[in-house]
Design a protein around this ligand. Structure first.
Ligand code: NDP
Length: 330
């Protein structure tokens, strides 16, 4: 039974040597417990934050302890009345091939409704992040222009598609021409900007959004956020979902450089964590599932094979190796 531990807190970009894979004994299923076999493991940018020894909205990982993330697992043995052997579940689980669990906080998932990996993406945390962030904070209105960074990723690809469903113009920012093709061809974005080949992002956004940007969904922070703000319209809304371009920095740039824009243009700028919407997750999953079934929403996944590759798949997020949701098939 393999288990992945945090061996060292990463400095800068995470390295394989920050992780350790060890062999543990196969656990026994106790009274009231379940025995779970890991099937799909989600790797997410926010896990980088948990690797720092810092207080946050979620406990930091401890050194020499197993890491954890959202996982889809199969119940292989149950001594818990709420679950049967053969059920599929998802929840926050440790990076172990096999583990026991009390069942608390686990959600049963239906294999026939959607592929199991989708519960880690479009029907899981990243889909819900796009849904609540864009609709609740962004309040997009028909005819408005929605700009999203990290546009070919798990959250961003869903944001752009929901913007289209709501009758908006959707513009995406991503790191390669291949990703720009993906968002325009498969996801129906109106256009895209490859930031890795663009020197002047302010001008590029201006060219793609001649009427300005009404809603900016920010997944990357920093200079891209500045450039988006240079194009924001009066009463624009900015959703601070994440800032992946800063996650590996040892020093964070100081202070918002944006106060004047925010005041002059009456901008609403709000951060959030998806967990704020926990009591509405069911609504989100229902709606995302409906759009998926109707073909209005397409999802893309990068599925990496085998359990040992979890650390590498996580590191690859920072090199943009994924299209859509990055998932490891254990
Ligand atoms: P993605 O699927 O978007 O994967 C990460 C992507 O980020 C990469 O593919 C890469 O794409 C891009 N990226 C990596 N490094 C940089 C960089 N230095 N500058 C610009 N882009 C970079 O991940 P998620 O969809 O899971 O997450 C997207 C964002 O949303 C993250 O910031 C994450 O922390 C945040 N988030 C926030 C949540 C919340 O509750 N607030 C919940 C879930 C996610 P490219 O090739 O285009 O560079």
């Amino acid at each position: 039974n393999k288990v992945i531990y945090l061996k060292k807190r990463p400095e800068g970009k995470p390295q394989l040597s920050d992780f350790e894979i060890k062999e543990d004994q196969k656990p026994e299923c106790g009274d009231g417990e379940l025995l779970l076999e890991t099937l799909y493991v989600s790797v997410d940018p926010y896990l980088r934050g948990r690797m720092r020894d810092e207080k946050s909205y979620i406990e930091p990982f401890k050194l020499d302890q197993p890491l954890e993330s959202a996982v889809v697992a199969k119940v292989t043995e149950s001594k818990n009345d709420d679950f049967n052997s053969g059920d599929y579940v998802m929840g926050m689980l440790q990076w172990k091939q096999i583990q026991t669990h009390s069942g608390k906080g686990l959600r049963k998932v239906d294999k026939d409704l959607a592929p199991l990996s989708a519960y880690l993406g479009v029907l899981g945390m990243t889909g819900l992040t796009a849904y609540f962030g864009l609709l609740d904070i962004g309040e997009p209105k028909e005819g408005e222009t929605v700009l999203v960074s990290g546009a070919a990723g798990a959250v961003g690809s869903i944001v752009g598609q929901i913007a289209k469903i709501k009758g908006c113009k959707a513009i995406g920012i991503a790191g390669s021409d291949e990703k720009i093709n993906l968002i325009t061809e498969k996801f129906g974005f109106d256009s895209g900007i490859n930031y890795s080949e663009t020197d002047n992002m302010t001008a590029a956004i201006g060219n793609h959004a001649p009427d300005g940007v009404d809603v900016y969904f920010d997944n990357v922070g920093s200079y891209t956020l500045d450039a988006a703000m240079n194009n924001i319209n009066r009463f624009g809304r900015v959703i601070n979902c994440g800032a992946i371009s800063l996650y590996n920095e040892t020093e964070q740039p100081t202070g918002p450089r944006l106060e004047t824009t925010i005041v002059k243009k009456s901008i609403k700028m709000q951060g959030f964590i998806v967990r704020n919407y926990e009591d509405r997750f069911e609504e989100g999953v229902q709606q995302l599932g409906k759009w998926l079934k109707e073909g209005k929403l397409k999802h893309e996944e990068t599925i990496v094979d085998d359990f040992d590759q979890i650390p590498q798949a996580f590191i690859d997020l920072f090199d943009g190796k994924n299209k859509g949701k990055m998932v490891v098939k254990a």
